[in-house]
Design a protein around this ligand. Structure first.
Ligand SMILES: N[C@@H](CCC(=O)N[C@@H](CS)C(=O)NCC(=O)O)C(=O)O
Length: 204
C-alpha cells in the first residue's frame, strides 16, 4: 500500500498514524497537492490528499473511506473503533467534531494564506472562526480521559488520533486560535498523545 500526501494535512496524518497503530506496512510518498501538482495528478487526477493506492493499484480517496478500507485489512483486535455500541457512538461523535475542526481549520488557514488579500472574504472567515470556537468548546466538554489516558478504550483509538491531529494542526497553523480557544484540558490531552513515539514519527 502507498499513502500519498503531506503530514501537514490532518487527514493524511490521521491515516498515517492509524496505519502504524494497526500495524499495517505501507510506503509514504510525501507529495503536496499544491507544490507537486503534476506528480499528484498522475496518481490522483482529483488532486486530493490523502490518496491511498492499494496493493492492487486501486486509488482510494478521503481519510474516512481509507480508514474503513484499512479496518477490513486487519483483524478485529487492531480495530481503532470500540466494539461496544455506546462507546462506538461516543467515538463517532468525537470524531465528527474533530473532523469538522479539521475542515474549518484548513479552510481558515487557506483563507488567510492562499486567498489574495484583496479577495479576503471576512464574513466567511468570521463564520469559520465561530464554528472552530464552538467545536473546540464542545470537544472540551467531552474530552474526559480514562485512567489509561485515552478517550474510548484502554489503548489508542481513532477518536484519540483524530482529536490529536486536529489540535496539532490548529496549534501549528492557527496559533492565535490555539492560544485563545483551546482549553488547558485539550492542550494537556494533545501533549500527552503527541508525546507517543507513534505520533512523533509522523510530525510535520
Ligand atoms: N474529507 C477529506 C478532506 C481531504 C482534504 O480536503 N485534503 C486537502 C489537503 S489538507 C486537499 O486535498 N486539498 C486539495 C483540494 O481540496 O483541492 C478527507 O477526510 O480526506
Amino acid at each position: 500500500m502507498k499513502l500519498i500526501g503531506m503530514l501537514d494535512s490532518p487527514y493524511v496524518r490521521r491515516v498515517a498514524i492509524s496505519l502504524k497503530a494497526m500495524n499495517l506496512s505501507f510506503e509514504h510518498e510525501k507529495l503536496s497537492v499544491f507544490n507537486d501538482v503534476e506528480k499528484m495528478q498522475a496518481i490522483n487526477p482529483l488532486m486530493k490528499a490523502p490518496s491511498l493506492l492499494t496493493d492492487e493499484g486501486i486509488l482510494l480517496i478521503d481519510s474516512t473511506l481509507i480508514l474503513e478500507y484499512l479496518a477490513r485489512k486487519c483483524p478485529e483486535s487492531c480495530s481503532l473503533l470500540p466494539k461496544d455500541l455506546d462507546q462506538f457512538t461516543k467515538s463517532q461523535y468525537l470524531i465528527g467534531i474533530a473532523l469538522t475542526l479539521c475542515d474549518k481549520a484548513v479552510q481558515l488557514f487557506m483563507e488567510y494564506n492562499r486567498r489574495p488579500p484583496e479577495k479576503f472574504y471576512q464574513e466567511w472567515a468570521d463564520r469559520i472562526t465561530e464554528q472552530l470556537q464552538v467545536g473546540l468548546r464542545l470537544l472540551d466538554q467531552q474530552t474526559i480521559v480514562n485512567d489509561d489516558g485515552y478517550l474510548v478504550g484502554n489503548r489508542i483509538m481513532q477518536a484519540d488520533i483524530t482529536i490529536a491531529v486536529a489540535i496539532k494542526y490548529i496549534e501549528k497553523k492557527l496559533p492565535d486560535i490555539y492560544k485563545n480557544h483551546v482549553s488547558k484540558q485539550l492542550k494537556a490531552f494533545s501533549s500527552g498523545i503527541e508525546a507517543m513515539p507513534l505520533f512523533k514519527e509522523f510530525m510535520f
